[in-house]
Design a protein around this ligand. Structure first.
Ligand code: NAI
Length: 343
């Protein structure tokens, strides 16, 4: 009998509750020892108590230091600030780890095994933005300030380099735009090169690439990359790009790791266009739960979950619509649960 592990559960918005239920069914089949404290955030928080990040949710994560989270809706343009960004700031979740692996062989990009490590607290995400009014146009000019610090860059780069060493990765690529944003992303590049020379030389190959060239190279030949480490906005974009290489957003999990807590989620958002239809692919969130099991030092359960997903996709041929299949969320989940129980 494994020791129980208290954890916060945030079902989230849109397809969140559907894919959370599917993931809980898989974790139950594994007899994973999480004891869930269910909380709300995002649009659900606004609707229930007028707050996209209620104090009870923050208190829960403060206590458990561990959460599994469905996607949270953020209005574009105006409206409230992203609860995801606020959660990262509140718990200093400075490292966003987003692995992308081919699970279905024979696609356009076979045998992909990449990790994007994204700085999660700084850069252009800090929300220092404003408009300047000219004459009668209140939105005549828009301004944003990005901030990257040496300490923040070093902490994230060190996390990425340690991750590469601990998982036997051969190459790390620093992605930047220091030719144009010479200070903002130059500090990240400079800190990475210095850290590598001082502490990591010989442990893996270090490469650097400009973000625009990186996007092109990822599409032409993604196999030349291994670990990609980059600043906040570039990491956000690149992780969706690499998700596209392995079958789309339904396939890529993410871990937000920090000094005070760890929060696991899918890379994708709340997918309002398919919410409530029972057709969402739950795999990304299930893979996030596998990362959570690894984080809690339960690698055997994580391996069984990943193997069950792979067998359901490839041996049972049960796939949701985004992967070209005909199954819904429930059918995929039932097949996976049988695989886990009988596998
Ligand atoms: P999205 O990731 O929700 O959807 C993009 C496209 O991918 C849609 O066509 C959607 O149907 C599809 N898709 C996403 N996940 C899927 C899944 N599991 N199975 C099948 N298809 C899937 O991105 P979008 O539409 O730009 O954002 C919607 C909302 O989600 C916004 O409010 C945004 O702020 C929020 N968001 C939240 C995130 C989080 O909580 N970590 C991350 C990204 C966006």
């Amino acid at each position: 009998m494994l020791n129980s592990i208290p954890a916060t559960l945030i079902p989230g918005d849109g397809i969140g509750p559907e894919i959370i239920d599917a993931t809980l069914a898989a974790l139950d089949a594994l007899q994973a020892p999480f004891v869930w404290d269910r909380q709300i955030a995002g649009l659900g928080g606004v609707e229930a108590c007028g707050d996209p990040l209620p104090a009870a949710t923050l208190d829960s994560i403060r206590r458990t230091r561990l959460a599994l989270k469905g996607p949270l809706e953020t209005p574009s343009g105006g409206g409230y600030r992203s609860s995801n960004v606020r959660l990262r700031e509140e718990f200093k979740l400075y490292a966003n780890l987003r692995p992308a692996r081919t699970l279905i062989p024979g696609g356009r990009f076979d045998k992909i095994d990449l990790v994007v490590v994204r700085e999660n607290l700084e850069g252009l995400y800090i929300g220092h933005e404003h408009y300047v009014q000219i004459d009668d146009d209140p939105h005549a000019v828009a301004m944003a300030t990005g901030i990257n610090t040496r300490a923040g860059s070093r902490r994230l780069l060190e996390y990425a380099f340690e991750h590469a060493v601990n998982t036997g990765r051969k190459k790390v690529t620093i992605v930047h735009k220091a030719n144009i944003m010479k200070a903002l992303t130059g500090i990240f590049l400079e800190t990475g090169l210095e850290l590598y020379e001082r502490k990591y030389k010989g442990k893996f190959i270090l490469d650097t690439v400009i973000i625009d060239a990186c996007a092109m190279k990822l599409v032409l030949n993604p196999w030349q990359f291994d670990v990609l480490v980059t600043t906040n906005l570039f990491g956000d974009i690149l992780s969706d790009l690499v998700a596209g290489l392995v079958g789309g957003l339904g396939m890529t999990p993410g871990a937000n790791i920090g000094a005070d807590a760890a929060i696991f989620e899918a890379v994708h958002g709340s997918a309002p266009d398919i919410a409530g239809k029972g057709i969402a692919n739950p795999i990304a969130l299930m893979l996030a739960a596998a990362m959570m099991l690894d984080h809690c030092k339960l690698p055997d359960l994580a391996t069984r979950l990943r193997q069950g997903i792979s067998d359901t996709l490839n041996l049972d041929n049960i796939r949701t619509g985004d992967l070209g299949g005909k199954s819904g969320t429930a059918e995929f989940t039932q097949a996976l649960v049988s695989r886990i129980k009988n596998g």
